[in-house]
Design a protein around this ligand. Structure first.
Ligand code: C2E
Ligand code: CA
Length: 253
């Protein structure tokens, strides 16, 4: 069988055949209303079946395919976001960005031009950048973030707490949102208050960022997270990633 790398290369060069996006809903903690969606990439092919993004994104990063692929994801998510923002004007489309996309000097320009072409206001988009990519120690990455800021694009720091660079990154750039890794969901009923999420929220709010807790799977977790005063909630309990048509039927009608 051909290697996954060879297949991914073929598929990217063949109009992104086999790739699609799913969308996971995000809700406002205060009233349960729809906040937006996170776009999550999916890939399947005959030889390998369904390949999870944790497996194919690293291959794309190693081979440089992540640059055309990241553009494709951005365009598809922006097109979907345009439709949903017309149905729900405050709708926020969150799009994952690989650290490797930062070294693409044209990244800000192409994003701005896609938004212009699609007709989606930049206020309806949030770029998610993982904390494990150490933004604050790279001049190049900081420069890219600065250009996003100048262009009015908003950025979330993703997987907050799983790396070691999150606090430095928060100090170095005015992030719009902190997405807290699910390891920090307070453990219900452990007999004492869990200080982590509360402390992360305090820090995030202190720098003017909203907090999104992701990975909520149980009612008990949901209750514990609400007590920590986060703005946005996401997780299997509230809704799993689904294809666009299902998302629209369930959450926008
Ligand atoms: P991530 O950005 O941390 O995305 C959240 C992951 O957690 C998603 O997995 C989502 O399906 C899963 N998840 C959501 N709610 C729950 C929950 O309640 N419990 C549990 N256990 N998991 C939950 P997924 O879709 O497999 O994506 C994995 C990673 O792949 C993402 O992690 C992201 O880093 C990367 N990824 C996905 N799509 C893209 C993309 O378009 N571009 C880039 N650069 N990376 C992507
Ligand atoms: Ca994410």
């Amino acid at each position: 069988m051909e290697s996954l790398e060879t297949i991914l290369k073929e598929k990217v060069n063949n109009g992104f055949d086999g790739f699609r996006l799913e969308f996971q809903p995000q809700f406002r903690a205060v009233d349960g209303s729809l906040y937006g969606a996170e776009a999550l990439a999916r890939f399947s092919c005959r030889g390998y079946g369904v390949v999870p993004p944790d497996k194919f994104i690293p291959v794309m990063e190693e081979t440089g395919l992540i640059i055309p692929f990241g553009r494709w994801v951005f365009r598809k998510a922006a097109e979907q976001g345009k439709r949903w923002a017309e149905m729900n004007p405050g709708f926020q489309m969150s799009i994952n960005m690989s650290g490797y996309q930062f070294v693409d000097p044209d990244v800000t320009d192409y994003m701005a031009s896609i938004l212009e072409e699609v007709g989606l206001p930049k206020e309806n988009v949030i770029l998610e950048i993982t904390e494990t990519y150490d933004i604050s120690s790279s001049d190049e990455a900081l420069a890219t973030l600065g250009r996003f800021q100048t262009a009015g694009m908003r950025v979330a720091i993703d997987d907050f707490g799983t790396g070691s660079a999150g606090i430095m990154a928060l100090k170095a750039h005015p992030f719009h949102m902190v997405k807290v890794a699910r390891q920090f969901i307070p453990e219900p009923g452990n007999g004492k208050d869990d200080p982590f999420l509360a402390a992360i929220s305090l820090l995030a709010h202190g720098v003017g960022a909203e907090v999104c807790q992701e990975g909520i799977e149980t009612e008990e977790q949901y209750e514990a997270v609400r007590l920590a005063k986060v703005e946005v909630i996401q997780g299997y309990l509230l809704g799993k990633p689904v294809p666009a048509a299902d998302f629209e039927r369930r959450y926008l009608n």
